[in-house]
Design a binder for this molecule. Structure first.
Ligand code: SAM
Length: 309
């Protein structure tokens, strides 16, 4: 299956990163390589990109698509939360720009055997990194009702989280739940059929995917020290698709932008913190109506950007 994914807010990402020759960039979510391709084109002839992804299939597709750029692209199967270690492994101290385009690609969603989609029958999987032990099958068949409820409510904002968790538990008492289709049917029994463009299992599948891949934990780990990966004047752009992700990015960027992080009641500053970045976006940017029309998957995207001081 050819790799299909339309890069979200690619123009805006380039406007913030302003790629230049001889500079170095980190794409922490390489996917099919759409953003990286733009960076390489705009930083011609000598700009370089380190592209990371957890998904071996995405890396293979990106390598194929971007083979013409030769040594200007370095690719690693790795978690962006471990970007600092990979940069030092390849001998790069810091980079001039970073892009994170969170979540999964259309290709992952549409590759039936990966089990990300409620459309069609596949083993319950949802792992971005296929070497990882935890998959959706284990969560659905082994997690407690309260743990399932918490995942569905928190990551899927599913109002019927408890009823769905109970329905999963009662089904698995009779037989294990093996496929995406079986799970989608259980959710549909609880919630009814849903509208024309909203399947009742949308939130359940999203929640499980976020839990399987520890998406918020990875983002949090990256954001702890992410600014340290940037050269002075280097820029970071993060595109998120979920309010919990955007909140983590907003909170981290605001902290990085502060002169002091002492509690307000402290009479004098004792934190030793100094401002790390300036905010390039005070509010998140959304895709243009034209982009959303052409690529409806972009509709929930929120872009935030900072510049290292
Ligand atoms: C939305 S796609 C990126 C698409 C890419 N920007 C493009 O233009 O083609 C997100 C990609 O990030 C990867 N990913 C998600 N979380 C990751 C993490 N913590 N570390 C590395 N890759 C991750 C996914 O496997 C997926 O391929």
């Amino acid at each position: 299956m050819a790799f299909t994914h339309v890069s979200v807010m690619a123009r805006e990402v380039m406007d913030f990163l302003r790629p230049e020759s001889r500079k170095r960039y980190l794409d922490g979510t390489l996917g099919g390589g759409g953003h990286t391709e733009q960076i390489l084109i705009h930083s011609d002839p000598d700009g370089q990109v380190l592209g990371l992804d957890l998904d071996d299939e995405a890396l293979a597709a990106a390598r194929q698509r971007l083979g013409g750029f030769g040594g200007r692209l370095v690719v690693r199967q790795a978690n962006f939360a471990a970007a600092a270690a990979i940069l030092s492994e390849i001998g790069w101290q810091a980079v001039d720009g970073i892009v994170l385009d969170l979540g999964i690609s259309s290709h992952q969603l549409e590759s039936r055997e990966r089990g990300f989609s409620f459309r069609g029958e596949a083993k319950l999987d949802m792992r971005m990194d296929r070497g990882q032990a935890l998959d959706a099958y284990q969560i659905v068949n082994a997690f407690s009702v309260s743990e399932l409820e918490r995942i569905l409510r928190k990551y899927g904002e599913e109002p019927q989280a408890r009823r769905i968790a109970l329905a999963i538990a009662s089904e698995r008492k009779m037989k294990t739940i093996k496929t995406t289709e079986e799970l989608a049917e259980i959710v549909a029994r609880v919630k009814g059929k849903g509208g024309r463009d909203h399947h009742p299992a949308t939130q359940t599948f999203q929640a499980l995917r976020i839990a399987v891949n520890q998406e918020l934990g990875n983002l949090d780990r990256f954001l702890e020290h992410g600014y340290e990966l940037l050269q002075p004047k280097g820029r970071m752009v993060v595109i998120s698709f979920h309010s919990l992700e955007d909140r983590l990015v907003k909170t981290a960027f605001r902290k990085w932008n502060r002169d002091c992080i002492c509690a307000p009641r402290m009479p004098t500053c004792q934190c030793g913190w100094s401002r790390k970045v300036k905010l390039l976006t005070t509010r998140p940017l959304s895709p243009s109506p034209g982009e959303i029309e052409a690529n409806p998957r972009a509709r929930s995207a929120k872009l935030r950007a900072v510049e290292r001081i």
